[in-house]
Ligand binder design. Structure first.
Ligand code: NDP
Length: 338
């Protein structure tokens, strides 16, 4: 089978493409430039049949028309992820929503016999940070109630957090609405990860160019955080290879049809991150120590996203934070030094 992976040059999508190739699928990745496409061709050399298609601006009508031709399934991951320096929520919402509806329309137009579409949503489409103060136990039944009204009310004065969360909520809603309205013969699934960490294999030339979630862990690894940042309740996390596998399983497993899946490995706490760094990188410099092993008081006040459904239905066996921190650090220290 040939699978289309949109945004293949990204952190999660590059792992998704790699694992697809390793499982024997053919992969067509969409990228914004030839240079990014060639980087991937090189990266995947010897792994199987990889080709790329140029899709520069996902907000343009019909931009996926050619890319979807001849594929058996689609994994749509391209979407902007940043929360700092957002001038207008529409800069995130536009590509998130039009990217999603655009790929779906192109499928209907040029390849309606496709089997399944999986899109990368987020826990951003699940959590309601204003109306439901932590702690909460969130499941796939929950929807973000706060971010869409926030951006409707505040416009260009919206917070970057709500702008991003609204973009993910609106994009996932657009998927389910498209299916309800158009009743296509194909079906869909959504993957809803919290903060994604892990080995970086996509093209990144400097720490400043890291994707948002890895950039966050890099601050800890590179000694930018201090004792005052501990214990640091930070949300929830998951490893990139588990998220990539979830995308593939969501295309393969029959029961995934019409479902959303939280892929969450549990609490992310600054203290747990630094414990892992000290254990696996004893030479790491300027990394705070805090109170090793003390998590319980912190987690009591935190939201938890229940990742059991992805375990059960998709067979995901979550990596530990220590291992994921190690794999992130290994790949980044190799690129950028200590
Ligand atoms: P990256 O920033 O590494 O990947 C984003 C991808 O989308 C890149 O390939 C990027 O292309 C592409 N893209 C962004 N904006 C546009 C646009 N306007 N037009 C065309 N392509 C665009 O981040 P991730 O891998 O982390 O994100 C992948 C998906 O996962 C996103 O949908 C994100 O919302 C979601 N997600 C991520 C989480 C995380 O913690 N990382 C958590 C939950 C969900 P280019 O390489 O050219 O910039």
């Amino acid at each position: 089978d040939l699978i289309l992976v949109s945004g293949a040059s990204g952190f999660i999508a590059s792992h998704t493409a790699k694992q697809l190739l390793q499982k024997g699928y053919k992969v067509r990745g969409t990228v914004r430039s030839e240079a990014k496409g060639e980087y991937l061709k090189d990266l995947f050399k010897g792994l199987g049949e990889f080709e790329y298609a140029l899709v520069d601006d996902i907000t343009k009508d019909g931009v996926f028309d050619e890319a979807v031709r001849g594929v058996d399934a689609v994994a749509h991951l391209a979407s902007p992820f940043y929360t700092e320096g957002v001038k207008d929520p529409q800069e995130l919402i536009g590509p998130a929503v039009k990217g999603t509806t655009g790929v779906l329309k192109s499928i209907q137009k040029n390849n309606p016999g496709i089997k399944r579409v999986v899109i990368t949503s987020s826990v951003a489409a699940i959590m309601s940070t204003d109306s439901r103060p932590a702690p909460n136990l969130y499941t796939e039944d929950d929807w973000n109630q706060d971010s869409i009204p926030h951006v409707e009310k505040n416009g260009t004065k919206s917070t970057g957090g709500h702008a991003y969360q609204a973009s993910k909520t609106l994009a996932e809603k657009a998927l389910w609405k498209f299916i309800e309205d158009e009743k296509p013969s194909w079906d869909a699934a959504a993957i809803n990860p919290p903060l994604v960490l892990g080995e970086v294999i996509h093209q990144v030339d400097s720490p400043e160019k890291l994707n948002t979630s890895v950039a966050y862990l890099w601050q800890w690894l590179s000694g930018k955080k201090t004792e005052s940042d501990l214990p640091g309740p930070l949300g929830n996390w998951v490893d990139v290879k588990d998220v990539a596998e979830a995308h593939i399983k969501a295309l393969e497993v029959e029961e995934a049809s019409g479902q959303r899946f939280i892929t969450g490995a549990g609490y992310l706490i600054g203290q747990a991150i630094v414990d892992g760094i000290h254990k696996r990188f004893p030479d790491a410099k300027n990394v705070p120590v805090g109170k090793p092993g003390e998590y319980e008081e912190t987690t009591k006040k935190m939201n938890l996203f229940n990742g059991d459904k992805a375990k059960k239905v998709l067979g995901i066996n979550y990596k530990t934070l220590e291992q994921s921190t190690y794999e992130t650090g290994e790949s980044l220290f190799k690129k950028f030094g200590h």
